[in-house]
Design a binder for this molecule. Sequence first.
Ligand SMILES: NC(=O)c1ccc[n+]([C@@H]2O[C@H](COP(=O)([O-])OP(=O)(O)OC[C@H]3O[C@@H](n4cnc5c(N)ncnc54)[C@H](OP(=O)(O)O)[C@@H]3O)[C@@H](O)[C@H]2O)c1
Length: 254
Amino acid sequence: MQLANKTALITGGGTGIGKETAFLFAREGANVIITGRREAKLKEVAEEAKREGLTIDYLVSDVSNEESCKRAVGYAVGKYGRIDILFNNAGVLFAGTTHETDAKTWETIFDTNVKGTFFMSKYAIQNMLENGGGSIVNNSSVGGLNGFPGLAAYTASKGAVTLLTKTMAIEYADKGIKVNAICPGTIETPMVVDEFLGKVEDRTAAEQFLLSLHPIGRFGKPREVAHTVLFLCDDNVGFMTGNMISIDGGWNAR
Ligand SMILES: NC(=O)c1ccc[n+]([C@@H]2O[C@H](COP(=O)([O-])OP(=O)(O)OC[C@H]3O[C@@H](n4cnc5c(N)ncnc54)[C@H](OP(=O)(O)O)[C@@H]3O)[C@@H](O)[C@H]2O)c1
């Protein structure tokens, strides 16, 4: 039980990477609270966990709203006394080149991916400082390290997450709070399978193109990302902070 007696708050835990991480953390003994906007998805996870003999708690919360983030942190602290782990995982992706992206799309992406990470961290850190430490993992992307044509607002938002991660890591390095980011390549989740590939004109061509970016020759599984997040939250991995961890089948090594 790598996370016994730890409390973990996971945003966007109703689907994809967040859901898989919630299950892994619960199996490792953590008190887990997941958030998201769709109650039905969160409830499904809680019920699935119950059938496995696990407890995953949930709260409907929108990361783009500061009050909602404050409430989510307050809920976790009220119920479990403290927050040890924050996984800033909630995110949205809408495609578009720079000249095609409208202001509303840009704002939605930044409000979720950047402001959400900032708001949640702001309130969780206040509790972590009181408790003498914690671990924050931000879900960036390979798009937070490299340009990707056709994902102008998304890559810009993930670039912001990357640098916020580095700054937070330095700000709290001597306070026992480590802050790292993960940079996944293409992972088989609803965001990619339904949202991104579901909206392109030629799905097969798009899949082949994405596959060609991954020397490993396949897409990643949410489980593989979850295990990396667990590694980063391990107290034995205490000297790692301010890092961008690629989980990308070799994409970034090219
Ligand atoms: N899949 C990939 O290839 C890939 C690659 C690199 C990075 N990522 C990052 O991984 C993270 C998780 O994505 P995923 O791939 O697992 O896709 P996903 O299944 O679509 O998960 C995204 C989650 O974020 C939640 N969310 C969106 N907006 C929110 C908001 N305003 N407040 C609270 N929750 C919100 C969604 O739930 P609700 O809609 O119910 O709110 C959903 O559960 C994202 O940050 C994404 O950018 C994914």
